[in-house]
Write a protein that binds this ligand. Structure first.
Ligand SMILES: [Cu+2]
Length: 69
């Protein structure tokens, strides 16, 4: 299990929090996902043998957010 923090500068409100958490949590391998709106940071606990960080980022991008490298 690993924990990653992904900074998403466009996060600005609870709607962003709900949509990003709701998109990440159902993914296979994702144990927990939480968005801190104040720091625009997504924290994800996941099994890296099941899902990659790139897939997590792609899921956030699919929700309409830019994720700077
Ligand atoms: Cu928002």
């Amino acid at each position: 299990m690993s924990t990653d923090q992904i900074v998403v500068p466009e996060i600005h409100c609870d709607h962003c929090k709900t949509s990003i958490e709701g998109a990440l949590r159902p993914l296979p391998g994702v144990e927990a996902a939480s968005v801190d709106v104040a720091s625009t940071t997504v924290t994800v606990d996941y099994d890296e043998s099941v899902v990659t960080r790139d897939e997590l980022v792609a899921t956030i991008v699919d929700q309409g957010y830019d994720v700077p490298a």
